[in-house]
Ligand binder design. Sequence first.
Ligand SMILES: [Zn+2]
Length: 457
Amino acid sequence: MSTSAHTTTVVTSPLRRMADGTVKQIHPFTGTEVWTVPGRGNRPLDVVPAHDAAADPAAPEAHCAFCVTRLRETTPEKARLVRGGGQGDDDEGGARWTVIDEVSPDALDDTTPEFRLFGNLFEIVSLDYWKANHGYRISERAAAHQRAYLASAAGADHVRALVKVRIAAAKGDPAAVDAMDPADLAAHSESFFGGCHDVVVARRHLRDGATSTDRHASSGTLTPDEHERFVAFTVRAMHGLYRDNPHAAYVSVFQNWLRPAGASFDHLHKQLVAIDERPVKAERELDRLAVDPGMYNTWGVDHAADEGLVLAVNDHAVAVVGVGHRYPSLVVYSRSAASEPWEHTAEELRGMSDLLHACHAATGPLVPCNEEWHTRPPGVDVAMPWRIVLKWRISNPAGFEGATGIYVNTIDPWTLRDRVAPRLAELRASGQIASMALGDEIRRLPDGGRGMLRYGR
Ligand SMILES: [Zn+2]
């Protein structure tokens, strides 16, 4: 260890195993310090739902407010993705999918949405925040959607009911909503149409044919095709937030799966939140990137290859076990030269989706997890690969972490690899995930799988 270890920010050894088996990790991009103490990682990880009941696989789903029979319990749809349709965006793989933008209140039941995009009823960063601090105005598109929606009796009823829900949650008087004139109703519902915190919800609550309510449809239980559409539809929404909000310094995209990971509903969904400054964590990473532009290849992928931590590779992405994370984490890097997700080709997006889908499938639907997208913030001119971190939320940081800033992660990277790698092989053999290189196939790749990321080329 260098004697300058106290002052330098250059990572020399992100992963060390001590004589007793304790594994010490330092996150190569953020400096987060993590220890894994031997003997704490062998517990079962699955969270079995406390309540389950019989489910009728033939009945339309109505388990939660994100279910397809309860479309009016969420804010008006900014967009939906449906199968079929005559005016499809594309026609790949023989299956046509169509985006319907600004869904009309009278057309909500005309098609079955496979994925829906709508504003979060309870925003983390509110429309009022953007208006008060930045003079933000909702886009003309969103304003036109709102006018058309409120001009329909069914649309006005839908909006009024949701304004009541929000006022009741804030301990206000929901009866006041009935007395609102059209201008008041419009003012109280503007965020539904032009807010900057969106939700993307998948169609299924439970897996097809489920006969009990604990068989949740997770990212890993989608087909690879469906998962690709989920990712592409989310990328489109992310691009839309940047387009509509010039004050957005960053759009955070994440997925909370199951309640211990922060989900309000056990129904598959992602969230997108625009914020007006770059997170400190991202700034720290950008500082390191400025002095070491190749760090994602060096410390993200090559280091993983040296330590035997590369899990899966295809032409457009690579999945590794992450080092220096507070929770056991799988990390998928895009190999594209493009930094922005929306500048990926359809094949590159599919490659990214396939490895993310495989990581979810190998994790299994009973492990609470966060999926976190890391993307280059606007205004940064150094190339940066899109990466997605999948964190298993199986422990709770407590006083020791708060007092020391050292996190205890119960599973070290090699143990995590040994749990995940065999699952990937089984899933590939059974055709549940896409084709990809695994295990020894990766070590036989050119350069043993080193230098795989093409960002900045
Ligand atoms: Zn549901």
